[in-house]
Design a protein around this ligand. Structure first.
Ligand code: GLU
Length: 468
């Protein structure tokens, strides 16, 4: 049997860590078993589905290099197929037209909640379908009288749902659009899906889907419902929370493989191994090592992995990324130190490509000073003297070396009644505008005398203007 898996997102929000995790597990399972991986977009919820989210699905998968063998199939383009199946079901009695109004159905539901475990279906169930009426209607599945539905979930084992808690449910809405549970079943059947790997929020949908599968005499796939991911406060992550939107990680300078490696381990383990190459992922992944309990998303671990992979990045890739970054910001990198020399000094202290870029950038653009620096007393009338003294002494350096720069800094220290930290911070902010940089003598050396003098003069003017 050829293994076929699928990723079937609904384009109702940006893909988050949890969505991608099911995509990754489905993809790896297919790849490991020489199977097929299909991409299907479940967009029958016309109101909430948006094209920008479809674009985001494709962009995210491409960025992570999760490739698909077939698709993307769009459910909105398969309506004829669903309706064909619904007509067959209406004809053979597996489904029926329900003319009850929404209000009536809600009332019915209310009564059922009172009389628990005693589901009563509406009377449309017993009326012959031949009756035609102009009234709008939904199509409902005629649930067979089997006592229960049982299926084996790879992670949780045997799960049983009693039929008496399930009423006949809608498979096509009155607007003519079939419902999620129906489309999933027809698609999985048509696409010959053997293994469904998805989030645990779909466990309750599974008995409904099996009822439909039984009605159309299709094969029941294997089910794996992956446990939820929560934030550090225990709240389930959702599409509405932008913090977990994968493309944000791309924009913030995370490497795709670091993100994949992180997501892989978020719910799956292989002994105590943390680092997985793509080849190892494809070779070692299995369903039996998936965690039953929920997983917690922590940025600290993602940063740790990203740093690990940043250290492994080739010089060519690193420079490509950085050049791209500066290009986008319209920053000319020809009027400063060579990028190749710069990044090597910084990347060890950074977690992301953006952090590296934001440090390199200080050599190519003028610093921006803001009121915060004045309020924090970094650039004010008291620290101005440090800048004056520095300017005077730096001018006299003949041979530009870190040794001579250190000498100047020490000289200022001996003349003023301030500590070295204050001197370094004032000069750092005057020439870079940021509070955290590598050691000041390195920065000064790389920046060069001309630029330093220019920035210091500007900082002095800023102080005069903002502290008078
Ligand atoms: N479209 C569903 C979702 O985005 C997934 C359905 C499934 O995998 O069966 O949650």
């Amino acid at each position: 049997m050829k293994i076929v898996t699928r990723f079937a997102p609904s384009p109702t929000g940006y893909l988050h860590i949890g969505n991608i995790r099911t995509a990754l597990y489905s993809w790896l399972f297919a790849r490991k078993n020489n199977g097929k991986f299909i991409l299907r977009i479940e967009n029958t919820d016309l109101k909430r589905s948006k094209d920008i989210f479809i674009k985001n699905i494709i962009e995210t998968l491409k960025w992570l290099k999760i490739d698909w063998d077939e698709g993307p199939y769009l459910q909105s383009q398969r309506l004829d197929r669903y309706n064909h199946m619904i007509n067959i079901m209406l004809n053979n009695g597996n489904a029926y037209k329900c003319y009850c109004s929404k209000k009536k159905l809600e009332q019915n539901q209310f009564q059922q909640n009172i009389i628990k475990n005693n589901i009563r279906n509406c009377k449309c169930r017993n009326i012959k379908n031949t009756i035609s009426s102009n009234k709008p209607y939904t199509v409902k599945l005629h649930i067979s009288k089997n006592k229960h539905i049982t299926f084996i979930d790879t992670i949780r084992g045997k799960i049983t749902f009693q039929n008496n808690i399930l009423e006949d449910f809608i498979i096509r809405r009155s607007n003519g659009i079939p419902t999620y549970n129906f489309c999933v079943v027809i698609d999985d059947w048509d696409m010959k899906i053997t293994h469904v790997i998805r989030g645990e929020e779909h466990i309750n949908n599974t008995p409904k889907q099996i009822h439909i599968i039984n009605a159309i005499k299709a094969l029941i796939p294997s089910y794996t419902h992956v446990s939820v991911i929560t934030d550090t406060l225990g709240k389930k992550i959702s599409k509405r929370d932008n913090n977990f939107n994968i493309i944000k990680y791309k924009e913030n300078g995370y490497l795709p493989h670091a993100v994949l490696n992180y997501i892989l381990r978020l719910g799956w383990s292989y002994n105590n191994k943390e680092i997985f190459s793509l080849e190892e992922m494809k070779k070692l992944f299995n369903l039996k090592n998936l965690n039953k309990s929920s997983s917690i998303f922590t940025i600290k671990k993602l940063n740790w992995l990203n740093k690990y992979y940043l250290n492994k990045l080739s010089e060519k890739d690193m420079l490509n990324y950085l050049k791209n970054f500066f290009n986008k910001k319209n920053i000319d990198i020809n009027n400063g130190p060579k990028l190749k020399d710069l990044y090597k000094i910084f990347y060890n202290r950074c977690n992301t490509l953006n952090e590296i870029s934001n440090l390199c950038i200080i050599f190519y653009k003028n610093p921006t000073y803001n009121k915060k620096l004045v309020i924090k007393k970094y650039l004010n009338n008291n620290t101005k003297i440090i800048l004056y003294l520095f300017l005077k002494n730096i001018n006299h350096i003949k041979i530009w070396s870190t040794k001579n720069i250190d000498y100047v800094l020490k000289k200022i220290l001996s003349k003023l009644n301030v500590n070295f930290k204050e001197i370094a911070m004032t000069i750092r902010l005057a020439i870079t505008g940021i509070e955290n940089t590598p050691p000041i003598n390195n920065i000064l050396y790389l920046m060069g005398k001309k630029k330093i003098i220019y920035h210091i003069k500007n900082a002095i003017s800023f102080i005069k203007f903002n502290n008078s």
